[in-house]
Design a protein around this ligand. Structure first.
Ligand code: IPM
Ligand code: MG
Length: 369
């Protein structure tokens, strides 16, 4: 039976990078592409313009009927005047995350040695490379905690959000982080603010207990070392010595912030892919670049498509068990970079930069070699 992918390109650079990604995906799948059906639907600002809603019921229905969602990006200055809950980000992305219980957000950050010069860090700081997996809890914490709201007026007017984590939410994100770490460098750094926030005291306790249980059940060569770090210190350590990190385990808000910071260590936010995995339906996930709509360059055909393409590779790996095709895509990207292909975001001053289509072509022709 055909497997269905809901394609939600969204706004800004979303449609441009999605188009080249779909072409590349077809090529990488080869004969197997007939096993997949790609169904496009409106989301975000584009959906507001067409239907009045950032997440129309037809789009949600399509996603429910699909096996995975390949997402572009949503939002832009055009919709910023709308009330927050009707804006593309809060009206589409957050409800999708909640609806499908996409609790585990994986954001792999790698610095290709060839791109070391594009990293904002000095060469000696990134000499040992960067290979970090940010594991961000995505459906809890201060993003979704109740109560939240605004009330009052005058000087006493107030706005509030609630940071709340349940033990079971912490445990399930631990499972994702530790399982991933066991196959990597076997180091989890759990990020918290336990010196100030009660929620984070619980976080630290639960993570510590989880690590003990996890390691009791592991062969010696799969045991994972756990360390804890306050989020402010982590923001600093990421800049001072990024090579010390393997898996960063974070709650929703800290993961949001640190993943943007970590991504530029790899040269550009335009290289950062992400997978958001569901706790409800096994294998179901939403795959999106982490970089947003980049309104300043939207429509110019110069956006870096790599984050979107890498997101599609993550989809093959996590939702469809096609890791080997995902690896071929990763390798083709790597080869294109090695050969000197650079979009504007990763080109050095004075270096020639190529368009979205050209970058996709550079990757595409290296798919088979
Ligand atoms: C991200 C984004 C979103 C978030 C926004 C667009 C709601 O920054 O995916 O990192 O804060 O989660
Ligand atoms: Mg973010």
């Amino acid at each position: 039976m055909a497997r269905q992918i809901a394609v939600l390109a969204g706004d800004g650079i979303g449609p441009e990078v999605m188009q080249v990604t779909l072409n590349l995906l077809q090529k990488a799948l080869g004969d197997r592409s007939s096993e997949f059906s790609f169904q496009e639907a409106l989301v975000g600002g584009a959906a507001i313009d067409a239907t009045g809603s950032p997440l129309p019921p037809e789009t949600l229905k399509l996603c429910e009927q699909s096996d995975a969602i390949l997402f572009g990006s949503v939002g832009g200055p055009r919709w910023e005047h709308l009330p927050p809950e009707r804006q593309p980000e809060r009206g589409a992305l957050l409800p999708l995350r909640k609806h499908f219980q996409l609790f585990a957000n994986l954001r792999p950050v790698t610095l290709y040695p060839e791109l070391a010069a594009s990293s904002p860090l000095r060469a000696d700081l990134v000499r040992d490379g960067v290979d970090i997996l940010v594991v961000r809890e995505l459906t809890g914490g201060i993003y979704f905690g109740q109560p939240k709201g605004r009330e009052g007026s005058g000087p006493d007017e107030k706005g509030y959000d609630t940071m709340v984590y349940h033990r079971h939410e912490i445990e399930r994100i631990c499972e994702v982080a530790f399982t991933a770490a066991a196959e990597r460098k076997r180091l989890v750094t759990s990020i918290d603010k336990a010196n100030v926030l009660t929620t984070m005291v619980l976080w630290r306790e639960v993570v510590t207990e989880y690590a003990e249980r996890f390691n009791q059940n592991q062969a010696a060569d799969k045991r994972v070392e756990l360390s804890h770090m306050y989020v402010d210190n982590a923001a600093m350590q990421l800049i001072l010595k990024p090579s010390r990190f393997d898996v960063l385990l974070c709650g929703n808000m800290f993961g949001d912030i640190l993943s943007d910071e970590a991504s530029v260590l790899g040269g550009s936010l335009g290289m950062l892919a992400s997978a958001s995995l569901s706790s409800g339906r096994k294998g179901f996930g939403l795959y999106e670049p982490s970089g947003g709509t980049a309104p300043d360059i939207a429509g110019k055909g110069i956006a870096n498509p790599i984050a979107q393409i890498l997101s599609a590779a993550l989809m093959l790996r996590y939702s469809f068990g096609l890791g080997e095709i995902g690896n071929r895509i990763d390798n083709a990207i790597r080869a294109a970079i090695t050969a000197g292909a650079r979009t504007g975001d990763i080109a050095l001053p004075g270096e020639e930069s190529i368009s979205t289509l050209e970058m996709a072509a550079e990757i595409s022709r290296r798919l088979d070699s």
